[in-house]
Design a protein around this ligand. Structure first.
Ligand code: NI
Length: 181
């Protein structure tokens, strides 16, 4: 297992659409383990393969306080959406930025496990938000895409500036990533 580098907005590799997983082999298991280790190290509550520059439809989530309930979804699909809810989101690829995003309140999801086993389940609350956020990553979409062009451009400039400052002052704090995914 290894902690991988997380791509940051506006890196264009975050815009690549991920391809379905077709082989449920040791390489997939290693990818899932790396995603989990990278997510826990960040620390964050979710991470999509796209964010570590692997363009396969795989995401991991753990919203538990104890950090001991990892979920790994391979080839996730949303079968049904219900309602609408707005909540504050953050993203490990857009560090330090939090804003309100409107999404479906409840979703029915089908996915495969690391061994290819198919599951189907309804989700609501934080897990529903998190799954929709991570699935956007697999389609090359970021939560800042839901904000106004003006706001997104302001965020882009802020991050580019902060990255430049971080490069000259490597000890600068990364900020509150606990709620980011
Ligand atoms: Ni994210």
């Amino acid at each position: 297992m290894a902690v991988r580098t997380i791509l940051e907005f506006p890196d264009l590799r975050l815009r690549i659409r991920a391809q379905p997983v077709t082989r449920f082999d040791a390489a997939l298991a290693a990818l899932i383990d790396d995603l989990l280790e990278t997510m826990y190290a960040a620390p964050g509550i979710g991470l999509a393969a796209t964010q570590i520059d692997v363009h396969r439809r795989v995401l991991v989530i753990d919203i538990s306080e104890e950090r001991n309930q990892p979920l790994a979804l391979v080839n996730p699909e949303i079968l049904a959406r219900e309602g609408e809810a707005s909540s504050e989101e953050g993203c490990l690829s857009v560090p330090g930025i939090f804003d309100e995003v409107k999404r479906a309140e409840k979703i029915r999801v089908r996915w495969q496990s690391r061994t290819g086993e198919v599951s189907e389940r309804d989700y609501d609350g934080t897990l529903a938000v998190c799954i929709q956020h991570e699935m956007d990553h697999l389609d090359g979409k970021l939560f800042v895409d839901y904000l106004s062009d003006l706001k997104r451009e302001r965020i882009r400039k802020k991050l580019v500036k902060e990255r430049r400052e971080r490069a000259s002052r490597p000890s600068a704090a990364a900020g509150q990533a606990r709620r980011a995914y």
